[in-house]
Design a protein around this ligand. Sequence first.
Ligand code: MTE
Ligand code: HPA
Ligand code: MOS
Length: 749
Amino acid sequence: MKNIDSISHVTGRSLYVDDIPVRTGTLYGAVFASPVAHGIVHGLDVSKAEKINGVEAILTAADIPGENQIGGIIPDEVLFADGKVEFNGQPMALVVARDELTARKAVAAIKADIEALEPVTDAREACEKDMLLVPPSTFQTGDVESAWDQCAHIFKGRTESGGQEHLYIEMQGSYAYLMENGHVKIRSSTQGPTHVQKAAANVLGIAMHQVEVDVTRLGGGFGGKEDQATAYACMAALAATKLEKPVKIILHRMDDMRMTGKRHPYSADYVIGLSKDLKILAYKATFYQNGGAAADLSPAILDRSLFHSTNTYYIPNSKVTAYSCKTNLPPNTAFRGFGGPQGMFIIESAIAKAAHELNMPARMIQQKNFLKEGDHFQYGQVAKNVNIGKCYQRADEEYHIARIEKDVEKFNEANQWRKQGMALMPICFGISFTNKSMNQARSLVHVYQDGSVGVSTGAIEMGQGVNTKILQVAARTLSISPDKVKVETTNTTRVSNTSPTAASSGADLNGKATEMACKQLAKRLRRTAATLLSEKPANITLQDEQVFVNGVKSQLCWTELVKKAHLDRVCLTEQGHYATPMVDFDKEKSKGHPFAYHVYGLAVVVAEIDCLRGNYHFEKVLMVHDFGNSMNHSIDMGQVEGALAQGLGWMSMEEVAYDKEGKLLSNNLSTYKIPDIYSAPREVQCVPLPTKGPKEAILRSKAVGEPPLMYGIGGYFALQNAIKAFNPDHVPDFNAPMTMEKVLMRLYQ
Ligand code: MTE
Ligand code: HPA
Ligand code: MOS
């Protein structure tokens, strides 16, 4: 089935926050943000700005009737700076004006009196100064210290991975207006409507039931709107409440890039120990996460880095400690993979280092250490339905890995100034929120009198196709045509207490809840049909909009049945509540069963560099991916291709740069490069691993949103191997992204 949004997307009819027809009297907000990264605020001179014709108000922390606090996991983030500023781009005031240009003009006329203090932008420096957002976290298994003696080879090193700008097409935005009795309605570009509702209620000093949040869809979120749409929603709600006028705020691209957090850069030290026959016996590492100026989601992201710190390998003795460091940068936040990619880059670097020192391809080590059925992860969960071995086998059958390796060698022998490199990237990604309580969802299903169906859930559509999947679940469970089903906007008054659509579990959680509601409705309708046909309910089935008795088609169709059920006063509305069974994790002990299941996969990546210029392209990315029993092949393939491009971008060309003063240098699309069609790999193939899929996944179709991003990590190592083919003296270092400039330097190192 096609993505239900495809026609409206290509014809420009899809609605985003900025497309909502505005109400009469709507005002426009623009944010004044700190021009320095760290300092004491002595005052804000708004005298010039206030006088500009069309300016209605300039709101600051002093105007907040409730609490100046929007922190998610810990309450450490103010809506407007108060007394001090902690990052360049931190909101200090909101100008509200009759039109947007005036609001922006007024912002430019505001002067802040700030006594600048020394900023800290480096995670390790912050850690040395004891500037931590939360206490450090450690995962361990076995006894790493006593394992070193058994190791034939021990290697150590350091790695760095950079930040990443989400670059969703739709900027952060919100539109808020008053309903009756001080109630406020917020249209927001958020992945987490409940978080917006809760934070807005807190800022306004009212109860959650007085705030309604509604989301039609996002023009991409990628994690960047899991937490960080909240501030702009709260500002619009505050202004709307104060001025009793509708207020809209849409960030411009450069403001969005400057003011919002990104993927966390990580710096890490590792030690890896191997036996003579290349078994990884011990792994020890320390991670320094650059958290930015407030916690945001950093603690949960830190945890996921630890969960994925051994990727798809079984390592009997390991100890990994991670520090979430407070720096004077915008609070870094969720980004597809949620810390997993950073953790995986570090273990893959350690393996690449060992392979380099032992003078062999990394795949010899990777393959030897793949997780096997019944192995336990570092965090205690026993690995079930382990598919990594099967993915490798399938990849070898389909793509002939040794042959690709040979072809790369032949190419390198034949070409003096062009070199290729190959790398394998195996992945293993845990599905569920690592915070147990978030693994729940609800769905509200109405069957209307005419037999059409409306479904509301907590899921946010952001391009990943979750609405299409939910629609498929409803249509399949009720056995009706997809045309009869509509997926409604995500609204906190219809479905409450939602988890953000994140952790790749939007379709699983909300799909399962929808399936439960639809099963109840179907059961009820079968009972009605049984009465109408004087049969036992057990003999009745609903199939293709028709009632069947003992497998024989009756005269009664879906539409007629629904109509009769309504006349008979049968309830045609149902709510499903789903809570993922089995998941549990003891944070104190760092042990448990946090994930409903894992997604596996393997990519073979070939990169090719021009050794005169240092520029490069990816020649091939050949994947075997564990979709389970995919319920929507075209959506799932879209997710694989999009995530791959984003992963390759993170590892190769996307370079977030701040200066020493904490000012963003890569603040627009001419200085921040993301992959475009010209940098797509020349050949991309993805074959599904044939499995029946776990029952924990909706319709046994595994979560797909984040895992394939990590195939991109293979791009780094493929480039590194190509460099080695040209410059045998090159000592690999692990400092991502591998930009073209870096490649050139390494070629002639
Ligand atoms: N795909 C598109 N097109 N746009 C997005 O913003 N976000 C990704 C992924 N795929 C995203 C996307 C992220 S970060 C997550 S967690 C999942 O989709 C969330 O959706 P799901 O849980 O429904 O897979
Ligand atoms: N993934 C994404 N978002 C989250 C998670 C997670 O594991 N935990 C809390 N928020
Ligand atoms: Mo995705 S980073 O969990 O929004």
